[in-house]
Design a protein around this ligand. Structure first.
Ligand code: SF4
Ligand code: SF4
Length: 444
């Protein structure tokens, strides 16, 4: 591994936009284009806008480092046209070789496959990676973290939006390991008593009951919503109800498939077939179930398309898991063979975010932008997971009773494995070491 990639691994940089794939591995390729994903299409989240407005120099610096590493002559930042103020900030810092891709305000413009198609006119092969068509994609926050790691500054904080039923929605850098409860308290607390908390955005985020769990490097948002809200009802429906209602109420109208962004790009995803798999068994079940494999779980079919209020997205997700467990997934080549041309009506079937926000019943919340704030933190306790990334957990390098400083490595990458380092987010004393390193801090 070259010294830069080692710095990025030891700096703990991972994909901040979702799964947490280690960035040092992503950067170990040769491609023509480096693509920064600043599309931010989850309603209410504002973190990527803040990053591009206030850390544009570091973003472009991180992209230039990445471009040099992968041999790319071209850097592109994908951003929605509607974000004129952010575009102006970026334009003031754009170096030679980096340009903006201005995108329509539709969901899910920020899906990696959609973004790559818009930037290049090429589709990532089904089941394949962007590098196979000469592109390396990362979230804007990851490029900022690459820039910092190259200066010897590790990842100790993450930019996050807290919104919904809270007094003062905000976007801020928060230390990794801070509890969800404290992050919500920083928003002035909740404004409803019977609530759910969504980790991430309203479309793809998942519901949690555990407010003591820590913010990690992949945290992007915390949304407090009433338990009676449409989103809460859909996201908290039990697996049993999901299957029962799906079996009895799906009339196979195919609306979910007609509007599926992956299907419109020609990928072999047909959520109505996955729904049909609920109703049959044996070989038919398998052929229907395989229509779920290339689903990206964008949730559009559930939150927007289905007129019956069903949850084809979750059916696709559970079907994929079952196929994986039973080792029945198609190979990338088999998936690719099923890929068709881009649908001629694709350009007319984008779902405008404004209308999506209304459908999600989030319009009132959307009136308040979660502006950036420098939080006054009085943190006494951090729980920092040694596994925040895809791959093997970091190996603890501290023990109970050790004093640690902000930025100090507390977990080193597991040897000879996909793994990155983990660092203390604040000064303190280690009080437990297990799957997480617990640090009691001097309030700052
Ligand atoms: S849109 Fe709803 S009712 Fe129609 S096929 Fe899809 S899941 Fe079934
Ligand atoms: S979640 Fe639904 S709309 Fe999104 S890719 Fe999967 S099947 Fe298509």
């Amino acid at each position: 591994m070259n010294p830069l990639l080692q710095q990025i691994q030891h700096g703990g940089v991972i994909g901040a936009g979702g799964a947490g794939f280690p960035t040092y591995v992503k950067l170990d390729c040769q491609v023509e284009m480096v693509l920064a994903n600043g599309a931010e299409c989850e309603p209410l989240l504002y973190k990527d806008q803040v990053l591009m407005q206030r850390w544009a120099k570091e973003l472009c610096g991180g992209m230039l480092i990445a471009m040099k590493q992968v041999g790319a002559a071209r850097g592109v930042i994908g951003i929605k046209k509607k974000n004129a103020d952010t575009i102006a900030c970026l334009q003031a810092h754009l170096p030679a070789g980096i340009e903006l891709l201005l995108m329509e305000d539709v969901y899910p413009a920020g899906d990696e496959v959609e973004l790559v198609y818009q930037a290049t006119g090429k589709r990532i092969p089904s089941g394949g990676l962007p590098k196979e068509i000469g592109v390396m994609v990362n979230n804007v926050e990851s490029f900022i973290n690459v820039f910092r790691a190259a200066q010897g500054v590790p990842v100790t904080e993450t930019m996050i939006t807290v919104h919904g039923e809270v007094r003062n929605p905000y976007t801020a850098w928060l230390p990794i390991g801070l509890s969800y409860r404290e992050a919500i308290e920083l928003a002035g607390g909740m404004t409803c008593s019977d609530f759910i908390v969504v980790e991430g955005g309203p479309m793809m985020g998942s519901v949690t009951d555990n407010l003591e769990q820590p913010i990690t490097k992949v945290s992007s948002g915390l949304l407090v919503l009433p338990r009676t809200s449409r989103i809460a009802k859909i996201k908290t429906r039990s697996e049993q109800d999901l299957r029962r209602i799906g079996k009895s109420s799906c009339d196979q109208c195919s609306q979910c498939t007609s509007m599926c962004p992956r299907n419109l790009l020609g990928y072999p995803v047909q959520p109505h077939m996955a729904m049909r798999s609920l109703q049959v068994s044996g070989a038919n079940n398998l052929s229907y179930a395989l229509a779920a494999q290339a689903c990206c779980e964008c949730n559009l079919c559930t939150m927007w398309s289905c007129p019956e209020g069903l949850d084809p997205s979750r059916v696709c997700a559970t079907t994929k898991r079952a196929l994986r467990d039973e080792q029945k997934l198609l190979s990338p080549a088999q998936l690719q063979a099923k890929t068709k041309d881009v649908h001629p009506l694709r350009d007319y079937r984008g779902v405008p975010t404004k209308r999506l926000v209304r459908r999600l019943e989030l319009a009132d919340y959307a009136l308040t932008k979660a502006e950036y704030r420098e939080c006054e933190l009085k943190v006494s306790h951090l729980e920092i997971p040694l596994s925040q990334h895809i791959g093997r957990p970091a190996i603890a390098t501290v023990k109970v009773g050790d004093s640690v400083k902000k930025g100090q490595m507390i977990g080193q990458p597991a040897p000879d494995a996909l793994s990155v380092a983990v660092h203390a987010s604040l000064d303190g004393v280690v009080t437990a070491v297990g799957e997480k390193v617990v640090i009691e801090c001097q309030p700052v």
